[in-house]
Design a protein around this ligand. Structure first.
Ligand code: ADP
Length: 185
């Protein structure tokens, strides 16, 4: 099963991805986590993307696409996966479609976690993960980037009839129930 978990910063993608991973026994691939760990370990990739993440901008499409392409070659992903944070632009979505095709796979669901802006800001500012891009100004900027560059990805998958909208307000368990229902519908 190949699933994309989509939604704005602070929507709870990481949290729900973990639940999906446990329930369906498929790995979670988060491009944001990969970038943050590369930065922490001061790898070449980390050096390249640090200032971009700090500014709340997007890493160039080619860099992200190459990274995901390499990552998905690993055996661990051969029976499916949950993508979180990718694709984040329409060109990334097109490149991902191409990857699926090359591997004779298809996408099962594009889950959109829906949470209003004011709630997103409240959640990120209170989650206190100490991320350098979690300051209020940066958060507002990430939301702007999301609405401008990332939201069009939703229309891309709407055309393919794969979008399942999930109300992202409620307890972690409630939201996960909605996700399970959507996946089993
Ligand atoms: P959030 O959803 O809270 O913004 P992520 O962990 O998904 O957090 O992403 C953090 C940052 O990593 C983004 O602001 C961006 O700079 C970079 N990033 C992650 N995934 C991508 C991607 N697919 N394309 C471009 N940049 C990305």
């Amino acid at each position: 099963m190949q699933i994309i978990l989509f939604g704005p910063p602070g929507a709870g993608k990481g949290t729900q991805a973990k639940r999906i991973q446990q329930e369906y026994d498929i790995p979670h691939l988060s491009t944001g986590n990969i970038f943050r760990s590369a930065i922490k370990n001061e790898t070449e990739l980390g050096k390249k993307v640090k200032s971009i993440l700090d500014a709340g901008e997007l890493v160039p499409d080619q860099t992200v696409v190459d990274l995901v392409r390499e990552e998905l070659k690993k055996e661990a992903y051969s029976d499916g996966y949950i993508l979180d944070g990718f694709p984040r632009t329409v060109p990334q979505a097109r490149a991902f479609d191409q990857m699926l095709k090359e591997n004779d796979k298809s996408l099962d669901a594009f889950l959109v976690l829906e949470v209003p802006n004011d709630e997103l800001i409240r959640r990120i500012l209170s989650r206190g993960e100490g991320r350098s891009d979690d300051k209020e100004e940066k958060v507002r900027h990430r939301l702007e980037v999301y609405h401008k560059q990332t939201e069009p990805v939703k229309n891309y998958y709407e055309k393919q009839g794969l979008v399942k909208k999930i109300d992202g307000i409620g307890s972690i368990d409630e939201i996960f129930e909605r996700i399970k229902n959507a996946l089993e519908r």
